[in-house]
Write a protein that binds this ligand. Structure first.
Ligand code: MRU
Length: 445
């Protein structure tokens, strides 16, 4: 993407030295500044204090951080230490763990002397791949936006396609292009009239500060709205499509994204507005059964009780917006249940629910071990198995009562299981990975 006509990525290598430079996102939109990261500690700090943020960019930065750690000490112990230190910088976005694993896998079986070079090459690959993956997400999402606009026009409705997005899932959240915003850029470039409602995204205002900055830079028509406006806009027919990014999608299709996403998905569902989630496959956590297990980052109360902005004299200041002494709670993310998501837009195409993701990424879904198998014998009605996606027996126990209506008639049991598992969990019974069977075969429930 371009800033003042100059092409930028969010992270680039420093010429002639071991280090990277990143755009300091805490300064936007009031100032454009960059920061050099030349050690693992620099990378960890940049992720933790949100100098850089957004799931894919967190992954790429952490990968370079690992490489820099190996420059200083290529031992197994240091590799593990660097992995653990970087992993704990931010808990919710799974791309972080994915990128760290890629570096570990790339170096672990190599002699120490080769480890830094191998890690650096892998980090560069992760960054380059992210650009291409996001470009592909953009192409697939463009198809959705084009069709939505054509349908709108065919209904005789005038005006641009109105798209609502939350937080920042643009090029600033990735290495380039973005996830949710890539289709918007491509639609704009393709001449589709498009207007974007930008949720301000309290408390850190990634929508107002970053998404609006990006869209403005690209010439995309947009308006910032307060987080609570989305439902009202949808009720009044002013939103044609919602599209958001995500920090983690679990094996059943639940979506963790910036706090407030769930409320938008509920409002979209209530108003029959399609709700899309755009993501690279590195954001899918095949090993986590459902969103109930996602660790939700708790951020500081000060982000809620204070706001930062530019004063009339141009200086940037942080001010209190709450009465002294008021406490605040600040969960950074929420989980939107799979049933509220119309479809996922990935680098391989568009798919609905868990079954859609499994069809797009069969090799990954088959290798995963996200769940427990609960065996069930239907007696004369035929033997069968019920599959429950859960990470523990406790989770199964919690899920079963809400999913299955027990009934003593075997035929109904079969139907009930089918309804519960296939429909409610969007479970594709024909694509059960063989590995699941070995994970935990429980007695009949
Ligand atoms: O806390 P952040 O700014 O790192 O969170 C990022 C988000 O939640 C984004 O909205 C996004 O959808 C995920 S990154 C493409």
């Amino acid at each position: 993407m371009k800033i003042d006509g100059k092409p930028y990525r969010t992270i680039w290598e420093l010429p002639g030295q071991v280090g990277v430079e990143v755009i300091d996102q805490t300064k936007l939109p009031h100032a454009f500044a960059t920061v050099q990261l030349t050690s693992m500690d620099d990378a960890a700090r940049a992720i933790r204090d949100m100098t850089i943020r957004g799931a894919p960019l967190i992954g790429a930065t952490a990968a370079y951080g690992m490489a820099m750690a190996l420059r200083d000490d290529a031992s197994d112990e240091h590799l593990d230490r660097a992995h653990d230190l970087l992993l704990e910088t931010r808990p919710t976005a799974v791309n972080l763990r994915w990128a760290l694993k890629r570096i570990c896998d790339a170096v672990r079986n190599r002699p120490r002397a080769e480890r830094f070079d191998a890690a650096w090459r892998e980090a560069a690959k992760i960054a380059d791949e992210d650009v291409e993956v996001c470009r592909r997400i953009g192409m697939h999402g463009l198809g959705i936006l084009r069709e939505a606009y054509e349908k709108k026009s065919a209904r005789g409705e005038t005006g641009p396609l109105n798209v609502l997005t939350h937080c920042n899932a643009g090029w600033l959240a990735c290495v380039d292009w973005g996830t949710a915003l890539a289709p918007i850029y491509m639609a704009h470039d393709a001449g589709i009239p498009i207007h974007v409602w930008v949720d301000e995204t309290r408390p850190r205002n990634q929508g107002a500060s970053l998404t609006a900055f990006e869209l403005g830079g690209h010439g995309v028509d947009h308006a910032i709205v307060v987080d609570n406006a989305g439902g009202h806009l949808m009720q009044h027919g002013k939103v044609d499509v919602c599209i958001v990014g995500t920090d983690r999608v679990t094996a059943n299709g639940d979506v963790a994204n910036k706090i407030g996403t769930y409320l938008k998905a509920l409002a979209a569902h209530d108003n029959a507005v399609p709700f899309y989630v755009a993501l690279p496959s590195s954001t899918i956590d095949w090993n986590m059964a459902s969103g109930a297990s996602i660790e939700i980052e708790e951020r500081s109360a000060a982000e809620v009780t204070k706001m930062t902005g530019r004063l009339p004299d141009g200086t940037v200041a942080t001010v209190d917006i709450a009465a002294p002494g008021s406490g605040a709670v600040n969960p950074g993310f929420d989980v939107t249940p799979a049933r509220l998501v119309t479809a996922f837009v990935t680098e391989r195409g568009v798919g609905s629910g868990r079954a859609g993701l499994m069809k797009l990424f069969p090799e990954e879904s088959k290798a995963a071990k996200p769940g427990w198998l609960v065996g069930y014998d239907y007696g004369k009605a035929g033997a069968g198995y019920a599959f429950v996606l859960a990470n523990s027996k406790e989770e199964i126990a919690k899920k079963l009562p809400s999913l299955i209506i027990f009934d003593q008639r075997p035929t109904n049991l079969l139907e009930n299981y089918y309804e519960a598992i296939v429909n409610k969990l969007s479970f594709d019974i024909d694509h059960v990975p063989a590995t699941w069977m070995k994970i935990g075969t429980e007695k009949p429930v």
